[in-house]
Structure formats: C-alpha cells, structure tokens
Design a protein around this ligand. Structure first.
Ligand SMILES: [Zn+2]
Length: 125
C-alpha cells in the first residue's frame, strides 16, 4: 500500500458501495441534496477539495448538483455503455457520480450529479 493510500479514510460499507463499487445512493436520501451551507465539498476518501458551495444549484434531481468542479479536481470517464460520463476524484479515483451537459439548468449548461455519501462538507470559516 502506498503512503497516499494509508492516509485515505476508512469507508463504511455504504460509502464503499458508492465510492468503490460505483453505486448510486437513493435519490433525495443524501445528506447534501437539500443543503445550502457555504463552504467546500471534499472527497470522502482522500479529502481532496472537489466542489465549492458557490457552484451548487438545486436541480431537484435528488442528488447534490454542481455546474463546475474545482479546477483539475475531477476526472471524466465515459461509461462502458457510451451513454453517460462518470466523474471520479482525480486524486484517488473515488466514484462521485455522473456529469451531464446541455440541460440548461445554469449558464454553464453542465450538471455534476454527485452522491452525497462520496462528499464531505467543510463550512467556510
Ligand atoms: Zn479522492
């Protein structure tokens, strides 16, 4: 195990199901779905900062939605079925959710649909 991996947080079974096995939490069930605190959302596993509350918007889709990631923090991987684009933590490869374009929710026209359980929120000081 590398030094990086030893600093990763130990995951609960529910966290592992999403973050490692690329599952999806039930819609409208997550901690941050209906949440508007100001601060930063980091990776639950490696603590890399991923999203800012300023970029969160209410898509009413059942999961926290952001129209922009922190630059370089998230990588995009096409799903094997060619239909959707998966998003992962660029540092530790944790599964976050999927990213969609062209829905027109915000001027950036992008929706990062992220599982709450993959995120850890830190309030702004
Ligand atoms: Zn990570």
């Amino acid at each position: 195990m590398s030094e990086t991996e030893t600093s990763w947080r130990k995951l609960s079974r529910a966290e592992e199901a999403v973050i490692v096995h690329r599952g999806t939490e039930r819609p409208f069930s997550g901690e941050y779905e209906d949440f508007s605190g100001r601060g930063t959302y980091s990776c639950k596993r490696c603590s890399a900062p991923l999203y800012r509350s300023d970029d969160k918007f209410d898509a009413r889709c059942g999961w926290p939605s952001f129209d922009q990631e922190i630059a370089g923090a998230v990588k995009r991987v096409p799903d094997p079925d060619g239909q959707r684009v998966e998003i992962r933590c660029a540092r530790c490869d944790a599964h976050l959710g999927h990213v969609f374009r062209g829905e027109g929710f915000t001027p950036r026209n992008t929706r990062h649909c992220v599982n709450s359980i993959a995120l850890q929120f830190t309030p702004a000081p």
